[in-house]
Design a protein around this ligand. Structure first.
Ligand code: MLT
Length: 407
């Protein structure tokens, strides 16, 4: 008989954002005249930068002519894009990353979900922050690295509590852990980590022969000049860290799909004899077996993000969302809440003083605003709500008027 992967029965029945979408759909069907404003899932609303649109259009036309048509692209992404990424995102910030350490993909969700395939499913200990982007947890559950969930936490995983006390930046694990997921600026809390704080994780990884999976999908929102954008700004990180990036939020690519993962040549894992082996060949092998690359027009659009106009247009895009975030923070503070995030991140996180889903329902029903319940990100999110700044200024102002009107 065809036996199902029973690890899937351990994972929560639906993905958080699918669950929210279902609730919103049911509410809309029952309230046909409701004018719902979505500040839930972090999906961008503003148009692609013109530089990207132009580049994508030009590349599409090239695909329509035999002489310039292109079939399968290079396994790890076109050189023109990998070079631009290495230069602008890393070398310009003093991080010594070269084009052949960059692997272009269809986004950070897929890469952060897929990367765990490179590691043992039976022996490694995995640590995740709590609250956490659900993809890190669910993919490890599906792979069989955990027991069942008990009181909202999977047996076998190590949870790194992120609370008001530690300003939502966890301490390094107390004991031996082999794989650690980190995300800064953080989804969902909007917290950021200093060089010293990331340095402690790099030191831990060296000492414990561990690996860090660093999700930097929101780095474009950092405005504070002292904050690191990349884990590779930390000395020693290249041996012990992989970094994930995305064009989704920084250049409006949620529907266009492009991101990349950095696996430095020095980055090592260990075989069962305890010998260090390079990690990059494993990721290369996985990519060439399971992925056929991002389309040529989309890679040209991503390349345009780094042109002079592209950089200015992306900066403006991000500044617009950050201006929304400031309004959300200020309006919540005016109601006596103590929001975090939103200054170097598009997410604002606050303690509601009541059950997260009840508060979510209150805002949906009474203010017709969609948010994200913090408990959906883990036990430490109980009582919290995440508000996303991804919408137009007009809708954010209207949503906050309505929210403040019902609080
Ligand atoms: C979120 O709302 O947390 C993000 O949109 C999820 C994602 O980028 O996949």
């Amino acid at each position: 008989m065809i036996l199902a992967n029973e690890n899937f029965s351990k994972v929560q029945a639906t993905y958080l954002f699918s669950d929210i979408a279902r609730r919103v759909r049911e509410f809309s069907e029952a309230n046909k005249n409701a004018s719902i404003i979505k500040l839930g899932i972090g999906d961008v609303t503003r148009a692609l930068p013109q530089a990207c649109v132009d580049a994508m259009g030009k590349a599409s036309r090239e695909m329509g002519v035999d002489a310039t048509f292109r079939g399968y692209g290079p396994d790890y992404g076109y050189e023109f894009l990998r070079e631009a990424i290495a230069h602008y995102d890393f070398q310009a910030r003093g991080a010594d990353i070269s084009a052949d350490e960059i692997f272009v993909s269809d986004g950070a969700k897929c890469d952060t979900g897929n990367f765990q395939e490179l590691f043992s499913t039976t022996t490694i200990k995995v640590a995740v922050p709590d609250p956490v982007y659900p993809v890190y947890v669910d993919t490890n559950v599906m792979a069989g690295r955990t027991g069942p969930a008990v009181d909202g936490r999977y047996e076998g995983l190590v949870y790194l509590d992120c609370t008001e006390e530690n300003k939502f930046v966890p301490d390094v694990p107390a004991g031996q852990v082999d794989l650690i997921y980190l995300c800064f600026p953080n989804n969902p809390t909007g917290a950021t980590a200093t060089k010293e704080q990331l340095g402690a994780f790099v030191d831990y990884a060296h000492k414990h022969k561990a690996l860090l999976l660093f999700d930097a999908a929101y780095e474009a929102f950092i405005v504070d000049e002292d904050l690191p954008h990349s884990i590779y700004e930390i000395p020693g990180a290249k041996e012990v860290a992989v970094e994930f990036r995305s064009f989704s939020k920084s250049a409006g690519f949620t529907g266009t799909r492009c991101g990349f993962t950095v696996v430095p040549k020095e980055c090592r894992v260990f075989n069962s004899s305890g010998e260090a082996i390079p990690l990059a060949p494993l990721w290369k092998r996985r990519m060439s077996t399971k992925f056929n690359g991002v389309s040529y027009p989309v890679q040209r659009a991503a390349e345009a993000v780094y042109s002079e106009e592209g950089r200015a247009q992306c900066k403006e895009l991000v500044a617009g969302y950050l201006a929304n975030a400031k309004i959300i923070r200020e309006r919540l503070a005016s109601k006596g809440f103590k929001p975090t995030g939103g200054d170097n991140s598009p997410y604002i996180w606050f303690n509601t003083g009541m059950d997260s889903w009840k508060f979510f329902d209150k805002l949906l029903k009474e203010a017709q605003v969609v948010t994200t319940p913090g408990s959906g990100f883990g036990r430490c999110g109980n009582g919290y709500i995440r508000i996303s700044a991804f919408n137009s200024l007009e809708k954010v102002v209207k949503a906050m008027d309505r929210i403040c009107g019902v609080l």
